[in-house]
Design a protein around this ligand. Structure first.
Ligand code: PMP
Length: 306
């Protein structure tokens, strides 16, 4: 894995090798860390790197921090500026993934959120495909349930909660599937291990509402806007039943790491024709152009590193 040479740690940019936390750190012991996964894309024609929707990622990160009673001396603007500083240090000329975190930084035992110091840290890594089979994925239904808003909120990107995602992902991969869908405690389809889900029924694009224990995905939000404005589709946020995915015309999953993954088989049943559908294909092409700052209308989402 090609990691950045520099990181932001304890208030300044340092060599990555020096960005170390002690094993007695609260965030490590109890998963009391929140994070984001952002990407910056290389545009070969412009020879420039562009960060995709950093303000929205930092807004969600700061919302996660609020849920976990964290307080840091940065806002969306200062975190975005700091991101540019970190990226410029290493002069990246390829697609990269950024991992900002806010963590409970005190050392010692005692499970709680209050009266603990919070720190912000970030590193960067080179990034290729997250789901190798992203144009033809075979997925399953996980036997695990999605974490609930009244236990650990899926709406927050909380490190400890990703034990749930890891169980979902590993069991799916070991059973030979590319990814899994997970039901929430009401039995509705929520999302994948680290991706949101969309289905198309009767030409309407449907995705679970933010009240069905999903992460409020930035890619989800982008795809909903593109489907409406560029493809003229009706987009519905409503609960999805398990069997609806078997009879959908198209199914795809979205995430910063995964981008848009075409799902062509679910538990050995073909989705639609069993091949990537036309709406999924159009959205994938459009999305790749947009993240690389090749689409003038959506350059509001691209921050040039310069
Ligand atoms: N759901 C979960 C559980 C995730 O971890 C992710 C990845 N961040 C997503 C959905 C997709 O969100 P986004 O598009 O913001 O990356």
């Amino acid at each position: 894995m090609d990691l950045s040479k520099h990181a932001f740690f304890e208030g300044k940019i340092v060599p990555l090798a020096d960005a170390k936390i002690n094993i007695a750190t609260h965030g490590f012991l109890y998963g009391t860390t929140v994070f984001s996964g952002m990407r910056a894309y290389w545009n070969e024609e412009k020879k420039r790197l562009f960060v995709f929707r950093p303000f929205d990622h930092f807004q969600r990160l700061l919302n996660s921090a609020r849920m976990m009673a964290m307080d840091i001396p940065y806002d969306e603007e200062s975190l975005t500026q700091l991101t540019l500083d970190v990226l410029r240090m290493d002069n990246w000329k390829e697609d990269v993934y950024l991992r900002p975190t806010i963590y409970k930084a005190d050392m010692g035992i005692g499970v709680r959120l209050h009266n603990l110091k919070d720190e912000f840290a970030m590193f960067v890594m080179a990034f290729e495909k997250y789901v190798p089979n992203d144009s033809n994925a075979h997925i399953t239904f996980s036997s695990w349930r999605r974490i609930d808003d009244n236990s650990i909120p899926a709406r927050g990107k909380i490190s400890g909660a990703y034990a749930n995602s890891a169980l979902i992902k590993t069991d799916a991969n070991r059973a030979g599937f590319d990814e899994a869908l997970v039901l929430d405690n009401n039995g509705h389809v929520s999302e994948g291990s680290a991706m949101n889900i969309f289905i198309i029924r009767d030409g309407i694009l449907i995705t679970p509402p933010v009240t069905d224990n999903i992460l409020e995905g930035i890619t989800r939000r982008s795809v909903m806007e593109l489907a409406r404005s560029e493809l003229g589709l009706q987009v519905l946020e409503r609960s999805i039943d398990r069997t609806e995915v078997f009879i959908a015309e198209e199914v795809f999953m979205t995430g910063t790491a995964a981008q848009i993954v075409a799902v062509t088989k679910i538990d050995h049943r073909p989705v639609g024709t069993g091949k990537m559908g036309p709406i999924t294909e159009k959205l994938r092409i459009l999305f790749d152009d947009i993240v690389r700052a090749k689409h003038p209308k959506y350059q509001k989402w691209n921050l040039e590193v310069g």
